[in-house]
Design a protein around this ligand. Structure first.
Ligand code: FMN
Length: 208
């Protein structure tokens, strides 16, 4: 069993980092022989999309050495994701959306022929049977039915892009109001939900 832990906060002792670490700790208890792969998106800047990205649409024999070298980061990140049974992503809200480091990771893992294919019915996600848990932290709150719900470009975007590559089993845990006096209570609530996550042997998330 493999857990891929992706962190994207710029802050070392951040809310999302503490919560993804808690998730990994709980996961390890359930899978003592499992492996946790950590991908810290603040530690290394991923390449941005350049003209060489076009080589993802070429036959292998047409790819130049320079393009092959450029695509090696994407190859590695896609392999990490393909190998994971469960993925936990720490996603702070930055400017109503996600950090650019997380967007750079997404740009590298949405890959034609590897994570998304195009058939007669249009795009089809190629990643299946994985559980994804996304832990967010926000200064304010964007709960369903509130006026601020429409400003949440984080959860809808992440749901859509992950679904695009076949990851449809996605659970969000939000630590909201981190800039307000409710911060500690909201953090404790998110931590409790993570602690309550029970993953059975078939990787079914059975309780939140
Ligand atoms: C650059 C930046 C942009 C932010 N934009 C928003 C925002 O649009 N809405 C919001 O509610 N909080 C916003 N915040 C507050 C963060 O979401 C909040 O501090 C959160 O706890 C950060 O996650 P972290 O502790 O894991 O780093 C922003 C913070 C930073 C640093």
């Amino acid at each position: 069993m493999k857990l891929l832990q992706v962190d994207s906060s710029a802050r070392a002792s951040s809310v999302t980092r503490r919560l993804t670490a808690k998730f990994a700790e709980e996961w390890r208890k359930k899978h003592p022989d499992g492996e946790v792969i950590q991908r810290d998106l603040s530690a290394t800047a991923l390449p941005l999309i350049t003209d060489d990205w076009g080589a993802t649409q070429f036959e292998e024999s047409k790819i130049t050495p320079a393009q092959r070298s450029y695509l090696s980061t994407s190859d590695k990140l896609v392999e990490e994701l393909q190998a994971a049974d469960t993925v936990v992503i720490g996603a702070p809200m930055y400017n109503f959306s996600i950090p650019s480091s997380l967007k750079a990771w997404i740009d590298q893992i949405v890959r034609l022929g590897k994570t998304v294919g195009y058939g007669p019915n249009g795009p089809q996600g190629l990643l299946t049977k994985k559980k994804v848990v996304i832990i967010t932290s926000r200064g304010s709150a964007y709960e369903k039915g509130s006026v601020r719900e429409a400003f949440d470009f984080q959860e809808p975007y992440l749901r859509h892009i992950l679904g695009f590559i076949g990851l449809t089993d996605v659970t969000f845990i939000h630590a909201e109001n981190q800039a307000r006096e409710e911060a500690a209570a909201s953090f404790a609530d998110a931590a409790e939900r993570i602690g309550g996550i029970a993953i059975d042997q078939n990787q079914q998330v059975v309780a939140y």
